[in-house]
Write a protein of this length. Structure first.
Ligand code: ARG
Ligand code: GLU
Length: 662
């Protein structure tokens, strides 16, 4: 009997996990709710999204236009990632008050720091408007009407399935968002670029903010008179922890995926675009790294820029690896060929695959030129603003800035297909003798502020080239198709796919609109015979700790806590050891923009904050492979432990609400 059970269990493990692919529209979540409940979810579709009563969506925000955050108190307290708050933390940091290095803990509401330009948006509602638009209403009319509904309202109409459906999204924006707490970077960015996109992971990637509103609880510009915002809903926190197989759900704002593109586009990304952009960033990062190492003021000055350049640079490498190892080009090709065979006797779809392929062949070169131009010429400033010039570190960055100019113009000459190099550039290079010499001349002018016309004219020329390319392409970006020949073809292609592939669960590509992803806590087979468990602990941090290595040099306080085992209520026995849980792995489908998203358990309680994916699994922007695609979250118990035991800011916990104990 025991034997049979074991065999059955072993068999079940071998079966492919029900795919956890998908980023679902919250207003349509009732279509998925049965499957979610079968996986363990205990709440209803109305609990996730409702326009009649408070629901989870009212506790989720788009943070700073590109990340996600979640409300965790009745007084507007909000959690997101450290890397999402990074810009704000950097802005408040100086060599004397270096919050990036040492962390920041407001000891009272008065000490919470305002952040000009930082805002959050709540989704008020979303609705499909395909029929209304077809009947003659315009998107502008719908947007204008929605924005008149309330203070701070912003609306947009977004395309789903390449325009087969359109949705109106109505948001309420709050502009007074203050920094409450951030751990030292040696916790919040522990592992740095070395560990970024890597599992096993030990990063305490969180920061704490608070939304302020007018006395009427309405959106308001920053004012000392403002009061903490009272949200309709905030998440209860679970300290019960997670274990392999547990249901998880992620609620957030994934930015951009392209799950339905042809093999031609996948090949272009993996063989041409990503490798070129990676190589260009290699050199740029080297220049910045040297500057940061030579001068503490420059370390801060370049912190945020370096992190964002390095982040995509490393992600693209993982994407290429994943696509190559998993044979994505071949599998996409087989898929589109099977569709094409089915389509042969259907006039609407018969020619669409070959037309798409022809269109790709036509636009690949100019599109590549566009990407290279953005990565080089457009990575350089047309001028340095007065605000930048006023910064103490500005003068000290001169050599590193000049080096980047020379390097990037050199890269433009090398990578941009010659027929797309702009005339102004070619003339400059001919006159000065080399791209580097031309760059040095341009730089002198822009740096001193004396000659801003030369650079403006180069950029003007590049801009004309780009609009020529845009005209050739019929679109601004292959990632965000708007109206173009390619988009029209994809509109037809995906309509056909949905008729043909009855087995597949279709969901619209991510486009920075609110989505639900669900899956389970899950490890994965990293390599033959090498299984990666889904949970890391404080013991792993201590094992990596090394005062000689910047990325692994932890605060002394953490070492002391480990030595004395004073974990307080956050100590937990894992695999027979008493420790503190740090990060966990799950099978939710996420992408950039999901950073800071709440990770919720079967009861809708907060168990973690999403912040990353494993390296090769970043291919899930193009094809989700359930065998390897995993998201990475920081365990909420580690967040609470750091707030309580490292920051000694336990008073923040007093305004949070905790679920039932084990
Ligand atoms: N990879 C994560 C994301 O895409 C975290 C990035 C921040 N960390 C860093 N070392 N740059 O945003
Ligand atoms: N760190 C990413 C972000 O900034 C999320 C990780 C991912 O791309 O999955 O949104």
């Amino acid at each position: 009997m025991k034997h049979t059970l074991l065999t059955l269990a072993a068999l079940l493990c071998l079966l492919p996990a029900a795919a956890d692919e998908g980023m679902w529209l919250p207003s349509l979540i009732s279509e998925r709710i049965d499957e979610m409940r079968a996986k363990g979810f205990r709440l209803t579709a109305e609990d996730i999204y409702s326009i009649n009563r408070a629901s989870m969506k009212d506790a989720v925000v788009l943070f700073d236009g590109g990340c996600t955050g979640e409300l965790v108190s009745a007084e507007g307290l909000l959690l997101t990632n450290h890397h999402c708050g990074y810009d704000a933390i950097q802005r408040h940091s100086t060599v004397e008050h270096d919050y990036l290095t040492h962390g920041f803990w407001a000891r009272s509401r008065e000490e919470e720091l305002p952040n000009e330009g930082l805002n959050v948006r709540f989704l008020v509602r979303m609705e499909e408007v395909t029929d209304r638009l077809a009947a003659g209403e315009t998107a502008e009319e719908l947007i204008r009407a929605a924005e008149a509904e309330g203070k701070g309202y912003h609306a947009s109409v977004e395309q789903m399935y390449y325009g087969n459906q359109q949705f109106l999204f109505v948001y309420r924006q709050f502009d007074d968002v203050r920094l409450v707490a951030a751990p030292p970077s040696s916790i919040g960015k522990f592992g740095g670029d070395t560990d970024n996109w890597i599992w096993p992971r030990h990063t305490g990637d969180f920061s704490v903010f608070r939304i302020y509103a007018s006395k009427e609880n309405e959106p308001a510009a920053y004012s000392p008179e403002n009061v903490p915002f009272r949200p309709e809903k905030f998440f209860t926190i679970s300290t019960r922890g997670v274990k392999e197989g547990d249901f998880t759900m992620i609620y957030g704002f994934p930015g951009n995926t392209q799950e339905y593109i042809l093999s031609d586009a996948v090949r272009y990304i993996a063989e041409r675009s990503d490798p070129a952009k990676i190589a260009i960033r290699d050199g740029r990062l080297e220049i910045i790294r040297r500057a940061q190492q030579s001068d503490p003021a420059l370390r801060i000055h370049y912190a945020s820029k370096q992190a964002s350049i390095a982040n995509a640079w490393k992600k693209w490498q993982g994407e290429v690896l994943g696509i190559t190892r998993r044979g994505t080009v071949a599998s996409k090709q087989a898929y589109e060929e099977a569709f094409d065979a089915w389509a042969q006797d259907k006039p609407e779809y018969a020619g669409v695959v070959s037309a798409l392929k022809a269109e790709y062949a036509r636009i690949m070169d100019p599109y590549f030129a566009r990407e290279i131009t953005a990565e080089t010429l457009y990575a350089l400033p047309a001028r340095y603003t007065d605000k930048e010039r006023a910064e103490e570190a500005f003068a000290r960055s001169e050599a590193a800035e000049r080096a980047q100019w020379e390097y990037l113009l050199g890269a433009y000459a090398r990578y941009c297909p010659e027929q797309y190099q702009v005339p102004e550039f070619l003339r400059g290079v001919a006159r000065c003798g080399s791209p580097e010499a031309y760059a040095a001349e341009l730089f002198e002018g822009v740096w001193s502020g004396a000659d801003t016309t030369s650079m403006a004219s180069l950029r003007g020329d590049a801009k004309r080239m780009l609009s020529h390319v845009t005209w050739l392409l019929g679109t601004k970006s292959l990632r965000n198709l708007t109206s173009s020949r390619l988009n029209e073809l994809y509109t037809t292609y995906i309509k056909g796919l949905r008729e043909w592939d009855r087995e597949r669960a279709f969901y619209p590509d991510a486009n920075l609109t609110l989505r639900v992803a669900y899956g389970t806590i899950a490890g994965y087979e990293y390599a033959d015979g090498e299984y990666h468990k889904p949970q890391t602990t404080l013991d792993g941090i201590i094992a990596k700790d090394d005062p000689e290595i910047y990325d692994y040099d932890i605060p002394q306080r953490l070492r002391d806590l480990y030595a004395s085992k004073e974990y307080g209520r956050w100590g937990t026995v894992i695999d027979g050891r008493r420790t503190v849980p740090v990060c966990f792995l799950a099978s939710n489908h996420t992408t950039g923009g999901n950073s800071g998203s709440p990770v919720l358990n079967a009861d809708g309680e907060l168990v973690g904050i999403n912040f990353d994916r494993t390296w090769r699994s970043t291919m899930s922007d193009i094809a989700f492979d359930p065998a390897i695609c995993r998201n990475i979250a920081v365990d909420i118990r580690y967040v609470l432990f750091v707030i309580d035991r490292v920051g000694e800011a336990g008073y923040l916990l007093d305004e949070m609400k905790f679920g039932r104990k084990r």
